[in-house]
Ligand binder design. Structure first.
Ligand code: GDD
Length: 410
C-alpha cells in the first residue's frame, strides 16, 4: 500500500506569491482552471495501491475543507487535510502525523511539494528516491544541488541552495520513501534535543558564578525563567526538521538514497509569473489526460480558440473574441467582442471589455479591463478605456486612467 502526501505549507510560506496569496491559499490558486494542488492529486491517482492522500499544512482547516471533500467525492479516494499547529519544517510536518500515516501500514510514502509542476516518476529503490532534473547551471543555486553515481544512481552528495556551483542536477521536491524516513527524522530531532540539553547544562554552569550576586531586587526566579524560556526555544527547534538540509544532506553517500532523473518537464511555482507558465504546461498536458476540459470553439463558447484553452462553463465569451494559446478563464468571467487573450489566467468575475488585449498576465478577481485597453494587471484593478499598461506591477484596488510602462503602481 502507498500513501501520498503533499506538503502545502502555510500562510507564512509562499511570500513570493503575494499579492495573490492574500486572497487564497497558494495551493488553491487556479492553474489551468483547477487548484494548484489538484494537479499532483490527479497525478497520484495513477499510483498502484494508493490508499489515501494527505495534504499537510498549517493553513486553517476551513480553507481546505470544501476542496478536500469535493475532490474525495470526485476521485472516490480519501483525500484529507492535516493541520499542523505551527510550522515544523518539510520533514517535521510529515513526522508530526507519523502515527496517523502509519495506521495505513504503507510500504511506501510518496511525498511531494505542492509548488512543483511535473510528471510523476515510476522507479524507486532504497530508503528513498528523489526525482531529479537537469537545469541550466546559472539557475541551479535556487534549488538543492546534488551528485549521484552514474551507474547505481546512489545519491552521493547533496547541498541545499549552495553559494558556489556543485551540480546542475537538482532536487525536484518529489520523493518516494519507505517508512524508515520516520526513523531518520526521529534521529535528527533527538540529536537536537540531546545537544540542546548539553548546551543547557553547560550554559547553566557558566552562569553559576553570577547567581552569587543575586539580591532581593534581582530574584533568582527571574534567572530561572530565563533558563526555562531558553530551553523552551531549543526544544521547539528540535521538532523543526527540514527534509533537504537535515535529512537528505547527511544521508547522501550512505547507500540509502537514490535518484531518478526525469527528462520530462519540471517547473517550480514560486511567483505569480511562474504560475502563468505552469498553467500553460498543465493545459497542454490536458490534451492527453483530460481533453474534455479543453475548449475547441465548437461548443457553446464558439469563440476563436487557438491552442490549449480552458473556459469555465459559467464564463461568457463573445463569439468574436480570439483566445489562446495557454489561456484559462475562471467562473463568471465575461469576455467582450473582439477581445484578444494570450497566455494568461483570468480569475473569477473578471470583465474584459470589447477589443481589449491581455497578454502574459493574471487578471485578478473582479477586475475590469476597459475597451481597447492592453494590460498586465493584478486583482481588483480597473483599467479604463484605451489605456496601455506595459511591463508594470499594479497593486490591488487601483484604477488606471493613464497609460504606464515599467512602473510599480502602489
Ligand atoms: N506542512 C508544512 N510545514 N509544509 C512545509 C513546511 C512546514 O513547516 N515548510 C515547508 N513546507 C512545504 C512547502 O509548502 C513546499 O511545498 C515544500 O515544503 C518545500 O518548501 P521549502 O522548504 O520552503 O523549500 P523550497 O521550496 O525553497 O525548496 C525545496 O524544493 C525545491 C524544489 O521545488 C528544496 O527541497 C529544494 O532542494 C528543491 O530544489
Amino acid at each position: 500500500r502507498v500513501v501520498a502526501i503533499i506538503m502545502v505549507g502555510g500562510p507564512t510560506k509562499g511570500t513570493r506569491f503575494r499579492p495573490l496569496s492574500f486572497n487564497i491559499p497558494k495551493p488553491l490558486f487556479p492553474l489551468a482552471g483547477q487548484p494548484m494542488v489538484h494537479h499532483p492529486i490527479s497525478a497520484c491517482q495513477k499510483i498502484p495501491n494508493l490508499a489515501k492522500i494527505y495534504l499537510i499544512g498549517f493553513y486553517e482547516e476551513r480553507e481546505f475543507a470544501l476542496y478536500v471533500s469535493s475532490i474525495s467525492n470526485d476521485l472516490k479516494l480519501p483525500v484529507r487535510y492535516l493541520k499542523e499547529d505551527k510550522p515544523h519544517g518539510s520533514a517535521g510536518g510529515l513526522y508530526n502525523f507519523k502515527d496517523l500515516i502509519m495506521e495505513e501500514d504503507p510500504s511506501h510514502i510518496f511525498l511531494l511539494n505542492c509548488d512543483v509542476c511535473c510528471n510523476a516518476h515510476k522507479k524507486y529503490g532504497g530508503m528513498g528516491t528523489i526525482l531529479v532534473v537537469k537545469v541550466p547551471p546559472e539557475s541551479a543555486s535556487e534549488f538543492g544541488e546534488l551528485v549521484a553515481d552514474p551507474v547505481t544512481n546512489e545519491l552521493l552528495h547533496y547541498t541545499e541552495k549552495p553559494e558556489t556551483f556543485v551540480s546542475d542536477r537538482i532536487n525536484c521536491g518529489v520523493y518516494i520513501f519507505t517508512p524508515d524516513i520516520f526513523t531518520a527524522i526521529e534521529g535528527v530531532s533527538s540529536q537536537r534535543k540531546d545537544r540542546a540539553n548539553l548546551r543547557r547544562v553547560s550554559s547553566f554552569e557558566a552562569m553559576l558564578p553570577d547567581t552569587s550576586n543575586i539580591t532581593e531586587s534581582n530574584p533568582c526566579n527571574e534567572l530561572k525563567l530565563k533558563f526555562s524560556s531558553k530551553f523552551f526555544c531549543r526544544s521547539l527547534t528540535a521538532n523543526y526538521v527540514r527534509l533537504d538540509q537535515d535529512i537528505l544532506s547527511p544521508l547522501a553517500g550512505k547507500k540509502q538514497l537514490y535518484i531518478y532523473e526525469t527528462m520530462d518537464f519540471w517547473e517550480q511555482i514560486k511567483t505569480p509569473g511562474m504560475s502563468i507558465k505552469c498553467s500553460a504546461l498543465y493545459l497542454s498536458q490536458f490534451r492527453h489526460t483530460a481533453p474534455h476540459l479543453l475548449e475547441n470553439g465548437d461548443g457553446i463558447k464558439k469563440a476563436c480558440i487557438i491552442g490549449d484553452v480552458y473556459i469555465h462553463p459559467s464564463a461568457k465569451v463573445h463569439p468574436s473574441a480570439k483566445i489562446g494559446p495557454g489561456v484559462s478563464i475562471s467562473a463568471n468571467a465575461r469576455i467582450g467582442a473582439g477581445a484578444r487573450l494570450i497566455n494568461c489566467i483570468v480569475l473569477d468575475d473578471v470583465e474584459i471589455k470589447e477589443n481589449a488585449v491581455v497578454i502574459h498576465a493574471i487578471v485578478g478577481w473582479k477586475s475590469s479591463i476597459g475597451r481597447w485597453a492592453r494590460v498586465q494587471a493584478s486583482e481588483s484593478v480597473a483599467v479604463e478605456d484605451e489605456v496601455v499598461v506595459i511591463n508594470s506591477i499594479v497593486l490591488p484596488h487601483k484604477t488606471l486612467n493613464v497609460g504606464v510602462q515599467d512602473e510599480i503602481i502602489l
